[in-house]
Design a protein around this ligand. Structure first.
Ligand code: HEM
Length: 420
């Protein structure tokens, strides 16, 4: 094939790439990303009024590490309709730094790992009890759905019983926006009313000198560039925290269970060596990075020989970048001890995920307890596994069956106070 024919085939493949395409098979998406990257680490899609898609590791890093050339002013393709920018994700330098300092301050006390270790372990054990009781269960319903919203309540200082509310809003805002926009608007309104009431309560507590040290109280009482945050900014912060923490972790957990089900050797390895779980978590994050973020080119820029024009949107697929054989040997294979493992699952540079510590803690405890109590399970029906595409992507349905050997009689009546 001539170089010219190669170029045409390359551009055709990218031209037809739509990250919101509703294909639900895991393999379809993994094969597509590999195929695109093999052709070229960047290409131009004709969907959503046209955008560039980056699938190569070096190119993804280049885009994320140069905020002056690639603005975060809109991290969604097509742009979302939440009103203002999502703070601080859609804020560029120099303003971004002030918000980020505030976020660091807000997260420092509440993200101290010891503060949540026990409650996460208890929550995971209650979910395992549920799985044991069901025998046949969907790991996304039992674990991936409830765990991240439970943790969001803990981090934000909200009542644990409100976790279901948060999860419902996020589902409507992210997944129903395209099919039932009115449901997404309704959910955003309920979210705003709920958090307005939470802030009002904390204002009263602060006035009475009995304020707590949860994220909401700290956001309320902090200043950025000498000014307190306005109500809209506060509510925008809360929405971003929920979007950023719940959906990402849900997709990651679903994908991890899928991978554990189809590759039993990993379960055996982790069961034999629980000390290897933190490294394994990094490898899962590399292979299943849920986020595809985006940027807007601010000036003419060259990426892998392609000339981008100012104003053009650029989608960065972190999953595709993390499977680039140019950076990772045997990139399509799981290596529990991979080192170095400079994956981009949490992004890079100024917007790098400030929740990575809590996300890692959550995933580690989940794997520790699952490997300890229910290490042996299988996929009930491969054809029922579902991938949800989009800017957070991953496995969202994974029907499993516990093998009898995995549920010793004393475990069925487990008490979550066992071995910590
Ligand atoms: C497995 C779970 C998670 C993954 C894979 C993930 C991934 C990411 C990525 C890739 C970014 C950067 C996006 C960009 O550059 O455009 C980001 C930003 C962010 N994440 Fe996470 N995240 C996770 C969990 C969390 C959690 C648990 C929290 C909060 C408790 C959180 C809060 C945030 C916030 C606030 C930002 C915006 C930071 C900024 O703009 O400076 N994330 N996350």
């Amino acid at each position: 094939m001539s170089e010219c024919e190669h170029a045409v085939r390359r551009s055709e493949a990218y031209a037809q790439f739509n990250h919101h395409d509703q294909r639900r098979s895991v393999d379809t998406w993994l094969t597509l990303f590999d195929d695109l990257r093999r052709r070229c680490p960047i290409g131009r899609s004709t969907f959503h009024d046209g955008f560039w898609a980056v699938t190569g590791y070096a190119e993804a890093q280049h885009v994320l590490q140069n905020p002056e050339l690639f603005s975060s002013s809109s991290v969604m393709i097509p742009p979302h309709s939440q009103g203002g920018p999502m703070v601080p994700l859609e804020i560029d330098p120099p303003e971004h730094a002030g918000y980020r300092t505030l976020l660091g301050k807000a997260f420092a006390p509440t993200l101290a790992p010891d503060r949540h270790r026990q409650s996460i372990r208890d929550a995971v054990n209650a979910m395992i009890d549920d799985a044991v009781e069901q025998g046949d269960f969907d790991a996304c319903q039992v674990f991936a759905g409830p765990l991240p919203s439970f943790i969001a309540t803990a981090v934000m200082g909200l009542p644990a019983e409100d976790a279901g509310l948060l999860q419902g809003w996020i589902h409507k805002i992210i997944h129903e926006a395209a099919i039932r926009p009115e449901a997404a608007v309704e959910a955003a309104t309920e979210h705003h009313e709920y958090f307005s009431a939470q802030f009002a309560r904390r204002r009263e507590a602060t006035a009475a000198g009995s304020e707590g040290d949860d994220v909401l109280t700290i956001l309320l009482n902090s200043e950025v560039d000498g000014a307190r945050l306005g109500e809209e900014e506060l509510l925008g912060f809360c929405l971003l925290l929920l979007l950023a923490s719940i959906d990402t972790t849900q997709k990651t957990i679903g994908s991890i269970f899928y991978h554990l089900a189809v590759e039993p050797g990993i379960r055996e390895q982790l069961g034999r060596n629980p000390a290897g779980i933190p490294r394994a978590v990094e490898e899962f994050l590399r292979m299943w990075a849920p986020v595809q973020t985006s940027r807007i080119a601010t000036a003419e820029a060259e990426v892998a020989g392609h000339r981008l024009q100012p104003g053009e949107p650029v989608l960065v697929s972190l999953l595709a970048a993390n499977r680039d054989p140019g950076e990772f040997t045997s990139a399509g294979e799981f290596h529990a001890n991979r080192s170095p493992n400079r994956h981009l699952a949490f992004g890079a540079h100024i917007h790098r995920c400030p929740g990575s510590h809590i996300a890692r803690l959550e995933l580690r405890i989940l794997l520790e307890e699952v490997m300890r109590r229910i290490p042996d399970f299988e996929l009930r029906d491969e054809s029922a596994v579902e991938w949800t595409p989009g800017q957070t992507q991953g496995v969202t349905r994974v029907p499993l069956r516990l093998r009898p050997s995995t549920v010793p009689p004393d475990e069925a009546a487990h008490s979550s106070s066992a071995s910590r």
